[in-house]
Design a protein around this ligand. Structure first.
Ligand code: AGP
Length: 372
């Protein structure tokens, strides 16, 4: 087993380090010689894909956060209304689904019973289902109408890491493919966006190369009882993922919030010493989004929070309000989750290790949840 871990103390740590490769492999072979995006395995009639008028992403846990990230990109690029729903909630609602609905089921294992049941439920109502899956020949891709495999390689640790980044990458490819097919205004930008995606593995590696700073803080924070995570836009699901990682493997109470929601309640939780992670969007992204998040850092800091900020290299606007800053390379706003998630994974993994827990096999959890 030691060899399988590639010299790392745990599968989780190895899989965090596999992430540049996971994203690279998922992007591999998706361009034809004319520079067009080809998703050969997506065997759904093109005219059908052109007629799609709604997308519903169904998934559980980390995979659902990948779906939440992807929603921002898909709606922006494709102008198709996109919902993301937990599979077990979707299944027992009375969702409005028909032949023009494209359901995207995201699952690392392809065996999650909740997601499988939701796939069947959608198909019964005439929807076509595309699975985004990491496990060849597993049940969900077998039952789906088409599959887009993530090529992250086997993920052994219970806490999902590289699958998450690969799921975002694959869902982005699907979004770009739909934009290309439907010939909308983003058609001409697809090449540029793909080039930006292809630059991500090296940037992810840069984040990993700076892991010592994150690890040091994680060890120092091992006795914390509660940690909060704030993000906005694509940073919001990243905050949810950061909190889930900490709950799962370090058994610390953690919550992720949409930063804009702070003033509607959660800010009451902030008092002296409360650690708060804040994911700061790119200063070059959506107007005013960056400034709003910076003022959120200021607000929690003024109430005594210890702020741990994830921000782009060179973004000095956060320096006055951050107790700790983890830097990520500059990237387009929609691609930032592929970077900003990484320090949160490293933080949870190192902190859980410092507490003496088995990070690969957390209590009460199974790698794939095959019961409803
Ligand atoms: C992630 O760290 C979790 N262990 C869990 O939320 C997981 O993502 C979820 O159960 C979905 O699994 P799947 O991707 O295999 O369907």
């Amino acid at each position: 087993a030691a060899a399988e871990k590639g010299g790392f103390p745990s599968f989780m740590e190895k899989e965090i380090h596999d992430q540049p490769m996971a994203v690279e492999q998922t992007l591999l072979g998706r361009l034809d010689e004319k520079g067009n995006l080809t998703l050969d395995e997506l065997k759904i009639d093109e005219s059908l894909l052109r007629s799609v008028d709604k997308i519903i992403v169904i998934a559980c846990g980390t995979a659902s956060y990948a779906g939440q990230v992807a929603r921002y990109a898909i709606e922006h690029w494709c102008r198709i209304p996109t919902e993301v729903e937990l599979a077990h909630e979707f299944r027992y609602r009375d969702p409005i689904v028909d032949e023009r609905t494209l359901v995207v089921a995201i699952s690392q294992s392809g065996e999650t019973m909740d997601t499988l049941m939701a796939v069947r439920h959608a198909q019964e109502q005439g929807a076509k289902v595309v699975a985004i899956c990491n496990t060849n020949g597993s049940t969900i891709p077998r039952e789906a109408d088409a599959v887009l495999y993530t090529h992250a390689g086997p993920e052994i640790a219970v806490a999902s890491t590289k699958a998450f980044l690969a799921q975002i990458t694959a869902a982005y490819l699907l979004g770009l493919y739909l934009a290309q097919l439907r010939g909308n205004k983003f058609k001409d930008e697809i090449g540029t966006i793909l080039a930006e995606l292809e630059a991500m593995p090296a940037k992810i590696q840069t984040v990993i190369d700076n892991e010592d700073q994150v690890k040091e803080l994680a060890r120092a924070m091992k006795d914390e009882g509660s940690v909060l995570f704030l993000g906005r836009h694509v940073g919001y699901p990243v905050a949810l993922e950061g909190a889930l990682k900490l709950k799962e493997i370090a058994y610390i109470h953690a919550e992720g919030f949409a930063a804009g929601e702070l003033k509607h309640g959660p800010i009451a939780l902030i008092d002296e010493g409360q650690p708060v992670f804040v994911i700061v969007p790119s200063p070059r992204g959506r107007d005013s989004l960056h400034a709003k998040v910076v003022s959120n850092i200021q607000e929690v800091r003024a109430r005594g929070a210890v702020t741990i900020v994830i921000a782009e290299e060179g973004d000095e606007s956060v320096s006055d309000y951050a107790n700790h800053v983890f830097r990520v390379p500059a990237a387009p706003a929609l691609l930032q989750p592929l970077l900003a998630t990484v320090p949160l994974q490293i933080f949870a993994c190192e902190l859980a290790g410092a507490k003496g827990y088995d990070v690969d096999q957390p209590r009460n959890l199974a790698k794939s949840v095959t019961v409803e």
